[in-house]
Design a protein around this ligand. Structure first.
Ligand code: PEP
Ligand code: MG
Length: 324
């Protein structure tokens, strides 16, 4: 199987119905970057920036972060890299930062909430990103945006930092894309203006599923209780696909389900056309996409909904088995 996946590396993820799917990889450290060419990923769809803050006992310096981000962009060699701003809190805690005890940290003071309340850290990281991408495109994504106004504020902060860099005479990013992670159900119901303002939306499936079902992704008692491949969750994904399409926001899906072939195929059946996953998943996901017809998957979803069925997994599994 490994040889078969390797042979697909330079081939497009085109389904038999003709639909083309963009496959990108998730990364978080410099050592991940060689996988970009190794896996055939189109780019880095999610660069998690937490690790550089977590693996030390004091706040990293702006210059160190800028140097790392610049190395990442250089290693990506022109392929797009989506930098996600700091998503600390919940399961990821910085030992040197004062923070309150929280009864429910996953739903607590984390991600862009911390960034907007403690602007110093967020601004420092944004400055590092801007400096690292001098003369190159810069793509920034804010995590756990729950309502439009949070995105407006975070984006303003970034634009203000770019202006500041310009005043200081620094070379600016050659192009800027600003997006949001859709990880709380609330954001799917944000005003049209939000979807028009965001250059792109990336569904953080791990968190979105946790909040959709109110089932803690870290809790063994409940984390496997609800299935991604249910008509309720997939109908919700279809709703997000529709809102992005109506308002011209590019949509992708990151989160572990993107790297599971059957889940990935179902997301494609729901209309998602861009996925970001761990590099080792790209071969298996591409292999299935190239053998499948996504319009058939869409019909399976619609027929299950019409019959009032809850579970999609057995139906999609049957279809996948019929392919080989
Ligand atoms: C997600 O929530 O799906 C995601 C990609 O972000 P993380 O797993 O880092 O929360
Ligand atoms: Mg998340």
């Amino acid at each position: 199987a490994a040889a078969r996946f390797a042979a697909l590396r330079d081939l497009p993820a085109r389904a038999t119905c003709g639909s083309l799917v963009g496959l990108h990889m998730n990364a978080g450290i410099m050592a991940d970057l060689p996988s970009l060419s190794g896996s055939g990923a189109e780019g880095v769809g999610l660069f998690r920036t937490e690790l550089q803050f977590l693996l030390r006992n004091s706040m990293p310096r702006r210059s160190d972060l800028a140097a790392l981000y610049a190395r990442v962009l250089k290693a990506a060699d022109g392929k797009r890299v989506v930098f996600r701003t700091l998503d600390i809190g919940s399961d990821k805690v910085m030992p040197y930062m004062n923070r309150p005890e929280e009864p429910n940290p996953a739903m607590g003071w984390r991600a862009v909430r911390v960034g907007l309340d403690k602007k110093g850290v967020m601004r420092m990281q944004l400055q590092a990103l801007i400096r690292a991408s001098a003369g190159r495109p810069l793509t920034v994504m804010f995590p756990l945006v729950a309502e439009m106004s949070e995105f407006v504020q975070a984006r303003e902060l970034l634009l203000r930092e770019i202006e500041r860099e310009a005043h200081l005479g620094h070379l600016l990013p050659e192009k800027l894309e600003v997006g949001a992670m859709l990880e709380t159900p609330s954001l799917a119901f944000a005003p049209d203006a939000f979807f028009k303002m965001a250059d792109f939306i990336s569904i953080g499936g791990n968190d979105l599923k946790q909040f959709f079902y109110a089932a803690d992704r870290e809790n063994e008692l409940v984390r496997r209780r609800y299935d991604t491949l249910s008509t309720s969750f997939i109908t919700f994904i279809q709703k997000i696909v529709q809102r992005c399409a109506e308002n011209g926001a590019a949509l992708s899906f990151c989160g572990e389900d993107a790297g599971r072939p059957v889940e990935a195929l179902t997301l494609i059946g729901a209309g998602v056309r861009s996925l970001s996953m761990r590099p080792a998943s790209i071969g298996p996901v591409k292999d299935l996409i190239r053998r499948a017809d996504c319009s058939v998957v869409s019909s399976i979803i619609e027929e299950a909904k019409a019959r009032g069925e809850e579970r999609l997994r057995p139906l999609i599994n049957d279809y996948v088995r019929s392919l080989s």
